[in-house]
Design a binder for this molecule. Sequence first.
Ligand code: SF4
Ligand code: SF4
Length: 409
Amino acid sequence: MLHAIDACVHCGFCLPACPTYALLGDEMDSPRGRIVLMKDVLEGELSLHDAAPHLDRCLGCQGCVTACPSGVAYGELITSFRGWSEPQRQRGLLLEARRAAILRVLPSPAVFQAAATLGQVAKPLAPVMPKLLRPALDLLPNRVPRRNRLRAFYPAQGLKRGRIALLAGCAQQVLAPNFNEATIRVLTLNGYEVAVPPEQGCCGAAALHTGDRPLALGQVRRNLAAFEPQEYDAIISNAAGCGAGLKEYPAVLHGLPDQPQAEALAAKVQDIAEFLGGLLDRGELRPALPATRPLRIAYHDACHLAHAQGIRREPRELLRWISGVEVLEVPRGELCCGSAGTYNIEQPELADQLGELKATSILSTQPDLIVSGNIGCHTQITTHVGRQGGAARVMHTIEVLDLAYRGEL
Ligand code: SF4
Ligand code: SF4
């Protein structure tokens, strides 16, 4: 932690990239300010109680990491700080109960499915529900899709070129099952057999980034046991947050006996856009059919794809590769949409302002379609584009490719 703190030279280049600073204009709600706060708390100069509101408002979006010329590892810093400080936090019974519920319901698709179905019934009553419950209800879709359980194995079509393991994700299996189905169709069509190890679970990112390190460690180790990296050409995620989470495993287990296992797994992890982008670069991607009409696609960079994993080029190139598609850049695209894991439930006012800002920016490009590579962004943008009366559908990059392969785009 101290290394990351010392690397900051307080130049302020990160300030314009920080969504909370953009909204609040307060140095304490900027990356530079938060680094000082963390340092003061660690040195005993400031109480955790006084620093916590500013640190809690950080989305963990890592926009500041991309902007920082000194290479300050802010993401690692805030994650370590939250892990260190969490056992000392006192939130009150209701807030603690909500936090525990989020971290235990979201990672279990069966429990989340039941909660989301119940939530659907309660959704029209959201305005009269207790304030703590409203943000989660607002974000639920009007109709929770029917859940198709994934099989453990899907054979390659035609000549087999390799073997992939798929991380199925948690909430995404309930809210957008088509993301996984489209991923499997595109990979098998390109000659890859796909395994979905049934023993896998939550990647652990939500628990880790909100400071529950013991819960995160359990989830990380469950996946280390479920995935055998040597058996696969790649371990694929189609959720930016989860993919970034898997790539963080060596840092999570740093210095522990299972660190080498974590390194072997992380070395095989790729986002679906990263993997297919590689095939495209090498001229190995099976051709798709042109779009049936000219399509203007606004591409939204998910923070955990662009800032945490540095993947910006591949999704754009995959979309542009489909004949008839024009990719539009969203103004101030580097700013987080406000979803950020559990942020839009825990900090609903700020998340709403960011969602509104993002929807306005996206709609200013006058898109026919809005595309992103993360379930959280998908939910947040769908909600806020809907509130602004936007008619453009929000899709995942892999859904667009899947439709193009089927001649239905
Ligand atoms: S850009 Fe980097 S070095 Fe400069 S203030 Fe921000 S975190 Fe510190
Ligand atoms: S992670 Fe995002 S919200 Fe947090 S300080 Fe960095 S830019 Fe700001």
